[in-house]
Each structure stands twice: as structure tokens, then as C-alpha cells.
Ligand binder design. Sequence first.
Ligand code: PMP
Length: 403
Amino acid sequence: MPPMLFDKFKTMAAFQAELAARQVAPFGAVTEELFSATEGVVQGRRVILAGSNNYLGLSWDPRCIQAARDAAARWGTGTTGSRMANGSFAEHRALEREMAAFYGLDHGIVFSTGYAATMGMCATLAGPGEVILLDADSHASIYDGVRLSGAEIMRFRHSDPDDLARRMRRLGERAGQALIIAEGIYSMLGDVAPLQEIAAIKREYGACLLVDEAHSLGALGATGRGAAQAAGVEDDVDFTVGTFSKSLGAIGGYCVSPHAELEAIRYCIRAYIFTASSSPSVIASTRQALRIIQQEPQLRDTLWDNAQRLYGGLRQLGLPVGPAASPVVAVEMTDQINTINCWQALLERGVYVNLVVPPASPSSNFLLRNSVSAAHSSAQIDDIIAAYAGLVEAGLLQPAKAG
Ligand code: PMP
């Protein structure tokens, strides 16, 4: 008899058994070989990668690869310790300075993952007796952090500044010590937070604002700093967090801030203190990628051209995509089995996308989530669209609206 503790995993086990019976493996699909930032072999099939979050294709940039090689030769493969113990190398400090300087700020912290950066900051900034207001569709790293914080948690409706304002009003005097949390580009549907309105509410009450730019760093803003830069409200953002695992093509996370207090906060963040620091090779490739996004703004233009092309193509097919083009283009589906069948059919047609199920998707819907890269060629984007068109023709996907 398996222990009773395991009962709660029965639903997941049944779902896995169903996938195995159908011989599909959408979660943790194994990439067996890579040829470039946009092509590889996944589960035995040569595919275009259309779900990698590799927005600028920099994981394959020869300069980033060389920087990683050089750093491994100079520093070894790992730090074998946390930043607070033996894991703070000159490379980490240099990246912290460069990340802060990129934002025109004085203070920055580098974390081992984006998850650690967001979760750690959200868990530490507010505590018992204080209030956090977060967007209802926040990423899991935000939810996990605020739960650990011990603060009172209030969710406002997704990207609804009126709902946020109402809740702030109700808080009365406590609104002044509230922490408001929003993202830049939302990871699942690709929509952008209304940061001008959110910043205005933050200003009115003198609250604190944290913005997670995980998906918008390198994608939005005049110099690629993200959604707050694009909205012209960077001065209202107290803490910007983000990741190195998407447009910078590596792994790791950051927080930058105009507040000198960040230096004291650093040593209160458990996700910073109690985990090993990033390998120097990872830091070195990230530093190189950061240089490239500053020197080559045309990468951002190519990303958006590709985003427009994919979005336009899927819309033309009548598929239920979001209201505007974005580096994330998600097709919303209502039926689990049909979504799995479509995911598999896309793989068989040479396109690898992300299959997203609740609670990772923001509603009870399922998603075929595509992310585009500046490294995709127009022909590859057209091939992705053609694969979807094949699904429509085969009757697997039903057009939801006129193109
Ligand atoms: N924040 C957001 C909004 C994210 O989408 C993600 C990753 N999907 C993270 C944080 C965590 O970043 P990482 O995967 O680099 O740890």
C-alpha cells in the first residue's frame, strides 16, 4: 500500500498515464540536439524552436559562448558557495554594477535564478503587518514570494488599475506602506501591464512599486530596459526584477533599485543567502549579452518584426490569439485533449511550442504558447504559421473569429 500522503498526487499520476498511453510527452520534452538558437531535435524530430523565450537568440551568440569559455578557464566551473560565504567573485560584482548602470541606477543584486530574484524580493520587502497588492495573474515566483513574506496579501484584477485604486483607497492610511507588484510583459498571453496607470496610483499613495521585467528586458523600451521604460514611468519603480534566462540567453536573475537600502536588504533575502552563486561562465556570458543588447538595438526591431509576422499569420487563420502582437503569441484553447493533440501534431509538423495547462495558464484555458526570437528567419516564422494552417485544415484547430 502506498503511503496515504501520496493520495493527493493521484490526479497528476492519472494525467501522466493518459499522456503515456497516447505516447505524447509535452512536459519536459527532451531536446536531443541543437543546431542554432531556433532549430534542434526534440524527441527525435527536427523542429523549429517556437517556445524557447530566447527572444534575442543570444544563447547562441559566438561572443557570449566565447566569454563563457574564457571565464570557465579563468575561474573554474562553479563557485561552490553562496554570495555571503565564498561565492562572491569579481564577475558577480561587475555584473551588478553593469546591470545597475544599464538602468541608470546605483544599486543592483545578482541572483542565481530569475525565480530566486523575484521570489526573494517579494518575500523580503514587506512583512507581517504590512500589505502587498499583486496582479491576480502574477507569475508563480511572485505568488511564492508573497506567501513567504507574512504580509497581508490582496490581489487586484489582472491589469485593472481601477480595481487596484479601489483597494488602495480602502486601505486608508495603510496604503502608504503597501507594496504593489506588477509584471512588464505577462509570460503566458504576452500582454503588457498598464504601468502608467499603476505608477500614478503608486505616486498618489506614496506606496512602493516592484515590476518584474522577466519577459520585457531586451524586448521593450527605447534602450531595452523593459515595459516601465516603454511607458515612461521608470522613476516610479522602486525595484525592478528580472531574469538572465530569456533575452540574455543564460540563467540568473537581478534586482536593481534607486534605493541605497537595497544593500541592507541584500543580506535579508534568504534566496540570496542560502544558495550557491551563479557559475562565472554564466555571469560572463550574461555580461556579454548585456553589452550586445545595448550595442545592437536592431535585434529588438527584428524581434518585433517577427512577433508581428507570427501574430498576423495566426490571426489571419482565425485562431484565438490575444489583442495585440507580442514576442509571446498564445493560442487559447478550451479542451485539454484537443490541446495535447494539437501540440503533438505541431511537433510532427516540425514545430516545437509550449503546452500550458492550468494553473500555469491564467484562466481555466489551455494554451499553445509560442515565443518568437530575433534569431528566427522570416521563412521559419512562415513555417510555423504553415504548421498551424495544417492543423486548421486537418480539423484539429477551429478558427474562432474572422481574420
Ligand atoms: N518572473 C517571471 C514573470 C517569469 O515569467 C519567470 C520565468 N518564466 C521568472 C520570474 C523566473 O525566471 P527564471 O526561469 O529565469 O528563474
